[in-house]
Design a protein around this ligand. Structure first.
Ligand code: C2E
Ligand code: MG
Ligand code: MG
Ligand code: MG
Length: 301
């Protein structure tokens, strides 16, 4: 019987469409090689103020284009890096890339060329794995990288997912407090998906709370999602945190967030994560359009 069952299972698997074309999974060796060859690049997603539409910063998101396997999503390779003990190496690499990019983007020269002082003040958000919180050398290195480029830590936002930040609150507290004292901003990412205790949230020195995109993306269709968004924004406000919504895909949602007095927004409506070479074009096109709209408003049109 067992034999028969296995045979049948075999048939079922054979019958799955596309089975033969399934590529192999990326391995730890692949990832190690990618790190050695510098194949992990970054995309930058803008973050705006809901009220005014002003650009306030970018979030750096890791991208891995494997020469044979194609694009491997961060939801796959970040856990792989964590499991293989490669996450700190990855974090250091992407931090260096992102800080170089920020220094370039907000340099005197770029600002003169684009004629936009906004660029000198924009922030950079980076995702930090909870596994890295115990590694003080990593954070010393990040601070050094900032100093070398003349970037104040106040412009850097370190994002930790809700679950990870809460898991070991006491160990986290030391590291997070130190980072906060050095001037880094700290953000709770994907809020609403984990099991945060409000008590811990108040104890940890965060400066921003991000409503998870699963609620924001469904805000127009789901009263439940809107209820979660309302309470997170409310919680953030009462704790004096910046409130940010990620995954804003339509104007209706952005208007709703503004109504709730949510501070910041991020999502495909504003822009997809952009390769570094496209960021300045995106920004100048957007500023031109905003200026045109301002002029039309002044003329009462
Ligand atoms: P996250 O930090 O919560 O990033 C937001 C994710 O939502 C990104 O996915 C982004 O591309 C996506 N997104 C943004 N706006 C929209 C939208 O309007 N609609 C939809 N459907 N999606 C949107 P991505 O780039 O695939 O990253 C996934 C996760 O991987 C990140 O979630 C973050 O937790 C992790 N990650 C990415 N880069 C790094 C990194 O350098 N280090 C670490 N530790 N984690 C990273
Ligand atoms: Mg994030
Ligand atoms: Mg998130
Ligand atoms: Mg996420």
């Amino acid at each position: 019987l067992l034999h028969k069952a296995l045979e049948m299972e075999g048939d079922l698997v054979e019958a799955l469409p596309g089975k033969r074309t399934l590529p192999r999974q990326a391995s730890v060796e692949d990832l190690e090689q990618a790190l050695t060859l510098g194949q992990i690049r970054l995309a930058y997603q803008p973050k705006i103020r809901c009220r005014t539409g002003t650009l306030v910063g970018f979030e750096a998101l890791a991208r891995w284009q494997h020469p044979q396997l194609g694009a491997i999503p961060p939801d796959v390779f970040i856990p792989l890096a964590e499991a293989a003990g490669l996450i700190d190496r990855l974090t250091l690499q992407v931090t260096k890339q992102a800080l170089d990019w920020l220094a370039e983007l907000s340099s005197e020269e770029t600002v003169r060329r684009v004629g936009q002082h906004v660029l000198q003040a924009i922030s950079l958000s980076m995702n930090i794995s909870a596994r890295s919180l115990g590694n003080s050398e990593l954070f010393d290195a990040i601070l050094r990288l900032c100093r070398e480029r003349g970037i104040t830590p106040q412009r850097i936002v370190l994002e930790l997912t809700e679950t990870s930040a809460m898991q070991d609150a006491t160990t986290s507290l030391d590291t997070l407090t130190r980072l906060r004292l050095q001037g880094f901003q700290l953000s709770i990412d994907d809020f609403g998906t984990g099991y945060s205790s409000m008590v811990q949230l108040v104890r940890l020195p965060f400066s921003e709370i991000k409503v998870d995109k699963q609620f924001v993306m469904t805000a127009t269709d789901s009263e439940e999602s809107r209820a979660v968004i309302r309470s997170v924004v409310e919680l953030g406000r009462s704790l004096c945190l910046n409130t940010t919504a990620e995954g804003v895909e339509d104007q209706e949602t952005l208007d709703y967030l503004d109504e709730l007095k949510c501070d910041l927004a991020q999502g495909y409506l504003i822009s997809r994560p952009l390769p570094p070479e496209e960021v300045l074009d995106w920004f100048t096109t957007r500023e031109t359009q905003r200026e045109e709209r301002r002029l039309l408003a002044v003329e009462g049109l």
